[in-house]
Design a protein around this ligand. Structure first.
Ligand code: UD1
Length: 440
């Protein structure tokens, strides 16, 4: 087991390259099941969730090779079950339902159950797939779906669910006739999935709006050229927050600032100067951070996946910020650990009040979920900035497998920016850990 060690108080400065988007790569990898043959994908990030998805595809009979361009061979599907050990590691496995039913006529997916950030039901996925002609039963903790052939349908989602929209879209592309998904999620990752499906021969319009139309086709075929997955807007936002709390100057290249307007606007509210080009974004932080109000919403609103990171920014601001979480219940797991670092955060239901003092202190903390861990990293980078470098403590973060699910080369990228960050064996004591951290 390893832990992350961070000595804070250093200004982050420099340029890093964005990785591919986890939340686009996952559905795209699963969508390869729809078209028998060899698929090639570029810009797939190196993450635990991607390894889990490739294990899932392997279990279904579809081998893959990671380097240099990721290749997946979906010529044959020999098994149609997403087992508990994979689904429990990665809830997105439930996205295999739509493609397996569309291509294979049968799918068994272990029930995802609750997770750290809420109950996360999948009723809308099932409702949409049922409308397209699937039948489901629940047996032994598994969802068992069957179909004798999918037929296009009009589906009104109760809420714009990202995974639900993706699952239904992936089934509809091979259904007979016309489908409409209303109240569809509008996240950029859905547009990326639709673009990928289009390269396979799917006929889709309206992706990125709340009404997606699909004209079903009898079969899909792998594209002749590799598909390049979009860049990770949440990763980019996370590094910008790290720049903001350290009074830094951080540029992230090979990304798309247009898909992260709400996050950039919030960082501007907090006092940062933001400069964008077509494919890069720079954050410069001069002067103190200002408090702000934030409410998470479906895209194009402020993304729930950036809420925890902005909570860390609020803790370093001078004044009171308010944060409302509207997408998931129980998504303030970072608050308790941030309090250990001196943050003053009061959580009432889905509302947090952050009384920023412009100061945080180093501490030993525990990661609880992916984005909560990111908030702790940002807090640790800001910690002890008010005391001389040789007297600063070292923050230690345990349970970092959560971070490995979603951040490609986190330590390397933070070191490039001048962060004093290391990854060491859990049993190393403070002194060794400090040495590792300051080797940056
Ligand atoms: C995806 C993202 C996740 C992000 C979230 C919201 C991936 C792999 N994950 O998760 O990082 O935080 O979008 O932007 O892309 N809901 C239902 N019934 C359903 C489906 C969803 O009630 O059938 C509810 C959920 O409990 C939640 C809300 O809808 O309250 C949004 O969930 P959803 O958009 O589906 O999130 P995910 O696809 O799980």
């Amino acid at each position: 087991m390893e832990k992350l060690v961070i000595q804070g108080g250093y200004r982050l400065e420099g340029r890093i390259v964005a990785s591919g988007a986890k939340n686009a790569a996952l559905p795209i990898l699963i969508a390869t099941l729809l078209a028998p043959g060899e698929h090639r994908l570029a810009n797939v990030p190196d993450l635990a969730d991607i390894s889990s998805t490739l294990s899932l595809l392997g279990r279904l009979g579809c081998p893959s090779l990671v380097a240099p361009t990721l290749r997946v061979d979906t010529t044959r599907i020999t098994f149609c079950e997403a087992p508990y050990d994979i689904v429990s590691r990665m809830r997105a496995s439930v996205l295999a339902l739509g493609p397996l039913l569309a291509r294979h006529g049968e799918a068994i997916v272990s029930m995802p159950g609750g997770c750290a950030i809420g109950t996360r039901p999948i009723d809308q996925h099932l409702k949409g797939l049922e409308a397209l002609g699937c039948r489901f039963e629940l047996t032994g903790g598994n969802i068992h779906g069957r179909t004798d052939g999918l037929v296009g349908a009009e589906i009104d989602l109760d809420m714009p669910t990202v995974g639900g929209t993706e699952n239904i879209l992936m089934a509809a592309v091979l259904a007979e006739g016309h489908s409409v998904i209303r109240n569809a999620a509008r996240e950029p990752e859905i547009v990326d999935l639709a673009n990928f499906l289009t390269t396979l021969g799917a006929r889709i319009s309206g992706a990125g709006t709340s009404e997606i139309e699909v004209e079903g086709v009898p079969r899909l075929t792998p594209a002749s050229r590799p598909y390049r997955v979009m860049s990770d807007r949440i990763e980019v936002g996370t590094y910008l927050c790290a720049g903001a709390v350290t009074g830094g100057d951080v540029t992230v290249t090979q990304c798309d600032p247009r898909v992260m307007r709400s996050v950039l606007a919030k960082l501007s509210d907090a006092g940062a100067t933001i400069e964008t080009t077509d494919d890069s974004v720079r954050l410069v932080m001069e002067g103190p951070l200002r408090p702000f109000e934030l409410t998470t919403e479906p895209h194009p609103g402020f993304p729930t996946d950036m809420q925890a990171q902005l909570c860390a920014v609020a803790a370093m601001a001078e004044g009171t910020s308010t944060i409302n979480e509207r997408i998931f219940e129980n998504r303030f797991m970072h608050a308790a650990e941030m309090r250990r670092m001196g943050a003053n955060i009061t959580v009432t239901g889905n509302h947090a009040t952050v009384r920023g003092t412009g100061k945080l202190s180093s501490a030993t903390v525990m990661a609880s979920d992916l984005r909560a861990s990111a908030a702790l990293v940002i807090s640790a980078l800001a910690a002890d900035a008010d005391i001389p470098a040789d007297e600063r403590g070292v923050s230690q973060m345990r349970h970092i497998h959560h971070l490995d699910r979603g951040y490609d080369d986190l330590v390397g990228k933070l070191r490039t920016l001048g962060g004093h960050v290391g990854r060491v064996a859990d049993e190393l004591d403070d002194l060794d850990a400090l040495r590792a951290a300051t080797e940056a």
